[in-house]
Design a protein around this ligand. Structure first.
Ligand code: FE2
Ligand code: FE2
Length: 243
């Protein structure tokens, strides 16, 4: 599992991905961790097959009792089918996820972890020590109840499946040539994002934010001007039932 620090301040953001041992027929995913002095939030911790390498990677950065919070942007298996195993490893932890999905997500196993339901209008996740993350609604992007995480201090937007790309194993972690990157994003967005209307709402919301890094759950991250290039490209793309 490749680990990359993407923000280094009084706390850190770490990206985990490009796992070399990932089975070929499983979509590659990016996992993220926000690490403070004594708490860690795992963002979209991944599929059941990724649990062991993720746990090993995470323990590289923090002891198990400091992995206190999990977040699931939506209900998909590549996001959170590992929940039942985290539930055994981290019985004291909290899972922040959509209220609407609670009755479904619990099918992955959530006996000990405390389910913290997120209302449709989003909210905040407070990690203490002045680290407060915003939970931004991104409904129908692609899931009916779907959220992004925005960190106004680090200026990172974890965008879930938005901005995802399907790429060969070992692809670089940042977009280096936006125009060349478009083809690896087009089909995913046309097929998985159901609604132009929802897309417009999300773009308007994100344009209000100061984003230095947009960090999707698949493919490469966008930095600096590439964030706006993505928003412009996405705005002009017809998606979902419009296609
Ligand atoms: Fe998804
Ligand atoms: Fe995904």
């Amino acid at each position: 599992m490749k680990m990359t620090n993407i923000y280094e301040g009084s706390y850190q953001w770490i990206m985990f991905g490009r796992d070399e041992n990932k089975p070929e027929n499983i979509i590659d995913t990016n996992q993220y961790m926000v690490r403070t002095d004594n708490r860690c939030l795992l963002i979209d911790p991944g599929g059941v097959e990724l649990f062991a390498p993720m746990l090993a990677a995470v323990l590289h950065h923090a002891p198990v009792n400091q992995i206190t919070d999990l977040f699931a942007s939506h209900q998909d298996p590549d996001i959170i089918s590992s929940l039942g195993l985290w539930d055994q490893a981290l019985p004291e932890a909290k899972l922040h996820a959509s209220a609407l999905w609670e009755g479904f997500l619990r099918h992955f196993g959530c006996e000990s972890i405390e389910y913290m339901p997120i209302a449709d209008n989003g909210g905040t996740i407070n990690l203490g020590g002045g680290v407060e993350l915003q939970v931004i609604p991104a409904h129908y992007m692609h899931s009916a109840a779907n959220f992004n995480i925005y960190d106004p201090e680090a200026k990172i937007l974890m965008s879930g499946d938005i901005g995802a790309a399907l790429e060969a194993p070992g692809a670089p972690i940042f977009v280096d040539n936006f125009d060349a990157h478009i083809e690896s994003m087009r089909f995913f967005h046309q097929r998985w994002m159901p609604s132009n209307q929802a897309k417009r709402v999300w773009i308007d919301r994100v344009r209000e934010l100061d984003v230095d890094i947009m960090a999707p759950q698949h493919g490469r991250m966008f930095k600096g001007d590439d964030v706006n290039r993505f928003l412009d490209w996405f705005e002009s793309l017809q998606v979902g039932i419009a296609v």
